[in-house]
Ligand binder design. Structure first.
Ligand code: NAP
Length: 250
């Protein structure tokens, strides 16, 4: 038996249209999972990439900036079969000095990165608990789950909060067969980090601190996602798994 095999599992990935979410969705499909992609933008490229693996793909259109669509997301994602894996990847960021930060900068980030993540997890966990066959919930945390950062107050609050929620959910649900863990990506080349890469000084500072000497590629996250989604992680609960080119080792 291959402990990383996801054949027969159904995985929901939020924000799967681009960036890390697409990379995770494709990696889970390559490992055998059927994919339900949740997001507000066109999923065409992810749909094609998943189709190329031979696995099924379904898109559920929803904006995760409020809780309103969550019951519908859970219902639609489960229409073709129960959901075994939830990857909370969708996330947003606002950049401004702490002294200038607005309430809107705060709410826009906390609502997507923390509030919706909690209630979406609750929604899918209810189904997993009712069915009694467990499941895997994987959050996408950040280096800002460990560090403070600069100019990203609400993002740091959300990702540090997510570290605590990962542990809380693991504590409550581990005994019922649900594994709750997080991946903590380092610096990856996606829309999220475009302003950093466009600034030669910040780009140089960041690259100079990454022992691997390069930005991460979304494909670099696939193995960690498959591991945490698979039977290989059945006894792994409440961890934040850094995939960071060595950033935290410095
Ligand atoms: P990205 O390319 O900006 O992707 C963010 C994803 O979240 C997109 O699919 C985006 O959809 C979706 N999203 C944002 N707000 C949403 C909303 N209100 N409703 C539904 N979907 C929404 O950036 P990324 O780097 O792949 O980010 C993915 C996750 O990784 C985020 O949680 C981010 O914090 C985390 N992360 C990234 C890095 C990095 O270095 N890139 C490092 C650590 C953690 P749209 O395309 O429609 O906006």
């Amino acid at each position: 038996m291959n402990p990383f095999d996801l054949t027969g599992r159904r995985a929901v990935v939020t924000g799967a249209n681009t960036g890390l979410g697409r990379g995770i969705a494709v990696a889970l499909a390559e490992a055998g999972a059927a994919i339900v992609a949740v997001g507000r933008s066109d999923m065409g490229e992810t749909r094609e990439a998943v189709a190329a693996t031979g696995r099924s793909f379904r898109a559920v259109t929803a904006d995760l900036g409020s809780l309103e669509p969550i019951p519908r997301i859970v219902a639609e994602a489960s229409e073709e079969g129960p959901v075994d894996i939830l990857v909370n990847n969708a996330g947003t960021i606002r950049r401004a000095a702490a002294i200038d930060f607005t309430e809107d900068d705060w709410d826009a980030v906390l609502d997507v990165n923390l509030k919706s993540v909690f209630f979406l997890s609750q929604g899918f966990a209810r189904g997993m608990l009712e069915r009694g066959r467990g499941g895997k919930i994987i959050h996408v945390a950040s280096m800002m789950s460990f560090q403070g950062g600069i100019r990203i107050a609400s993002y740091t609050a959300s990702k540090s909060g997510l570290a605590g929620l990962t542990r809380l959910m693991a504590n409550e649900w581990a005994g019922q067969g649900i594994n709750v863990n997080a991946i903590a990506p380092g610096y990856f080349a996606t829309n999220n980090t475009a302003p950093l890469r466009a600034d030669p000084e910040r780009n140089g500072q960041i690259l100079g601190r990454i022992p691997a000497g390069r930005w991460g590629d979304p494909r670099d996250l696939g193995g960690a996602a498959v591991f945490l989604a698979s039977p290989a992680a059945d006894y792994v609960h409440g961890i934040l798994l850094p995939v960071d080119g060595g950033w935290l080792a410095r």
